[in-house]
Design a protein. Structure first.
Length: 257
């Protein structure tokens, strides 16, 4: 494997920034080309970590984040997406296994700056969003104030950080597992749940918070803050105008509860 697309490869790309192919070989595999080499480095690091801890996920067969384009090769997973109506039920065990993996820092696993604490990482993200959308500076200031008022510096754990319908699949004869690890990070597991609520366009977070098993009042405050930070990210960086507008509308209405 050298990152080149072999003859006969079948493209699986569905409109995302990356290009993906299914390659028939003695051992079939999935080849992924990335628009951002940092995401290639991060996904490779996440897949290696999951394998080290025995958490079901595609196996990393090869990678070169420094190539043009950056690429990874992953074992093919023959599976069906878990239907959205069953997503929260079937997500509980796979996500719990992921969240048990500790991290040495906060932030992306590779290809980006490491942060000493989760709070530092969130402040850095708010800096990035505000730079992209300076008209939202006042909202960012409110989020910063709330962030500094909460106890958020927990021991970092592995996060998928892009949980949504289509990323949880049920292999034939196996247990559900998560795909697409390029946005993985170390941080607060509640951030995974908040991002899922944003993906599902939930404004009431009760259902996703149940995945935390035994949520506390502190958990409720943190997940609401993370939900708003993820909405801020959509409002500032979303490539789809509808997503940007929806994120801004949620922030302005303060519909999280």
């Amino acid at each position: 494997m050298d990152g080149r697309v072999p003859d006969g490869a079948r493209e699986l790309t569905t409109g995302q920034a990356n290009c993906v192919w299914y390659v028939e070989a003695p051992v079939p595999y999935v080849l992924k080309h990335y628009g951002d080499p940092a995401r290639a480095a991060n996904e490779a690091a996440a897949l290696a970590l999951l394998d080290e801890h025995g958490v079901p996920a595609p196996k990393l067969l090869g990678a070169d984040p420094g190539a043009i384009p950056a690429w990874t090769a992953q074992s093919a997973v023959h599976a069906e997406p878990v239907p959205t109506v069953q997503l929260l039920h079937e997500l509980a065990d796979p996500l719990a296994a992921v969240h048990r993996i500790p991290g040495p820092h906060a932030g992306r696993l590779a290809g980006a700056r490491c942060h000493r604490t989760w709070r530092d990482y969130l402040h850095d993200r708010l800096d990035t969003y505000t730079t992209a959308a300076p008209d939202l500076t006042r909202i960012a200031a409110v989020l910063r104030y709330e962030l500094d008022a909460l106890a958020v510096d927990i021991e970092p754990r592995l996060l998928h950080h892009d949980v949504q319908p289509g990323h949880l699949v049920r292999p034939h004869g196996g247990t559900p597992l998560l795909l697409d690890w390029e946005l993985a990070a170390f941080g607060d597991p509640l951030s995974d749940l908040a991002r899922l609520a944003v993906r599902l366009d939930h404004t009431c977070l009760t259902d996703v918070l149940r995945l935390a098993r035994r949520p506390t009042p502190g958990d409720t405050r943190r997940i609401h803050l993370y939900w708003r930070i993820h909405q801020f990210a959509n409002a500032a960086l979303g490539t789809d105008p509808d997503v940007r507008q929806r994120g801004l509308a949620h922030l302005l209405r303060g519909t999280s509860r």
